[in-house]
Design a protein around this ligand. Structure first.
Ligand SMILES: NC(=O)C1=CN([C@@H]2O[C@H](COP(=O)(O)OP(=O)(O)OC[C@H]3O[C@@H](n4cnc5c(N)ncnc54)[C@H](O)[C@@H]3O)[C@@H](O)[C@H]2O)C=CC1
Ligand SMILES: O=C([O-])CC(=O)C(=O)O
Length: 333
């Protein structure tokens, strides 16, 4: 068995972390042969709650968990970590958009970028979950100049999982048989869930396109898109709290694929620093379809973008540029 790796989860006393920590510590993310030391960061008033989380992790008696470091100090939390789940941030409430959280949250990601730059392993893989995730990831990377820009990503995997589940339900197939649905752009209500490159594994071992299997382009461009765009708000309306179990699962999926790679012929969506592919604006964190090999992601090239998709990509790109302007004003950059 290899040496333990150090992994940080911020917002460790919060609701997403409560599901995520268990998944990581039992080996779902870094594999069944990878021991780990979990660093748990939260703010000083939450240290009592965090103590309870530490007790519960011990009581899970997990063989891979070789140490736990609960702390309110970024310097200690980020020391030598090779993976960082940046969850700690205020969640939205009913009636808010995620970008309404910029003023409250973006400063956290400036401070944590600086701490990653100083204390983390230089190959650290960073996943920003705290909203607005794309713009927070952009700011975080700007304040960590010694860490490669491609090591900063934002989570749109929950949107991808939601989209796959909607298609699977419509077609009455298991969710694992649906692949290559793309989430373009921002993790917000302007995101574009795009099923036009999707595949479904049907009975008798045959792969067909999602468009062919669904046979209803109007549905794929309206009800499907809107359901995924508004799913976070629907969960908040029902639970009075934002998604947590599904967010934790998606964070685990994102980091697992980053460490272990994507299966042949399959791609996944991640918010990454845009190089302008598919006409997206540069220098924003934009969700693209990617394939991953040897812990490096690459944007999938050559997908067809029709007029409808073009409009959707432009709208979400514009929102990301607006968020960037607002974020830079808030942190006084
Ligand atoms: N990208 C995505 O798909 C999703 C993102 N989210 C976002 O994830 C974030 C966390 O959500 P929950 O866990 O439900 O919230 P929560 O309120 O239950 O937990 C957040 C935790 O972060 C802590 N925190 C606040 N400032 C911090 C700092 N500077 N350093 C470390 N910890 C800090 C809080 O004390 C709290 O314990 C929210 O911003 C939410 O909107 C939620 C679901 C999906
Ligand atoms: O909707 C929210 O505020 C939480 C979130 O990002 C999601 O569930 O996708």
């Amino acid at each position: 068995m290899s040496e333990p790796i150090r992994v940080v989860v911020t917002g460790a006393a919060g609701q997403i972390a409560y599901s995520l920590l268990y998944m990581i510590a039992k080996g779902d993310v870094f594999g069944p042969n990878q021991p780990l030391i979990l660093h748990l960061l939260d703010i000083p008033p939450m240290m009592g709650v965090l103590e309870g989380v530490v007790m519960e992790l011990a009581d899970c008696a997990l063989p891979l968990l070789r140490g736990v470091v609960p702390t309110a100090e970024p310097a200690e939390a980020f020391k030598d970590v090779v993976a960082a789940f940046l969850v700690g941030a205020m969640p939205r409430k009913q009636g808010m958009e995620r970008k309404d959280l910029l003023a409250a949250n973006v400063k956290i990601f400036k401070v944590q970028g600086e701490a990653l730059d100083t204390y983390a392993n230089k190959n650290v893989k960073v996943l920003v979950v705290g909203n607005p995730a794309n713009t927070n990831a952009l700011i975080c990377s700007r304040y960590a100049p010694s860490i490669p820009k491609e090591n900063f990503t934002a989570m749109t995997r929950l949107d991808q999982n939601r989209a796959q589940a909607q298609i699977a339900t419509r077609l009455h197939v298991p969710v694992a048989d649906v692949s290559n649905i793309v989430i373009w752009g921002n993790h917000s209500s302007t995101q574009f869930p795009d099923a036009s490159h999707g595949k479904v594994h049907m009975e008798k071992g045959k792969d067909v396109t999602v468009r062919e299997a669904v046979g209803d382009d109007a549905w794929l461009r309206s009800v499907f898109v809107e359901t995924v765009q508004k799913r976070g708000a629907a969960v908040i309306n029902a639970r009075k709290m934002s998604s947590a179990m599904s967010a934790a699962k998606a964070a685990g999926d994102h980091m697992r694929d980053w460490f272990h790679g994507t299966a042949s012929g399959r791609f996944v969506s991640m918010g990454v620093l845009s190089d302008g592919s598919y006409g997206a604006p540069k220098d924003v964190v934009f969700s693209f379809p990617v394939v991953i090999k040897n812990k490096k992601w690459e944007i999938v090239k050559g997908l067809q973008i029709d007029d409808f998709a073009r409009k959707m990509l432009d709208a979400t790109g514009k929102e990301l540029e607006e968020e960037r302007t607002e974020a830079l004003a808030i942190i006084g950059a």
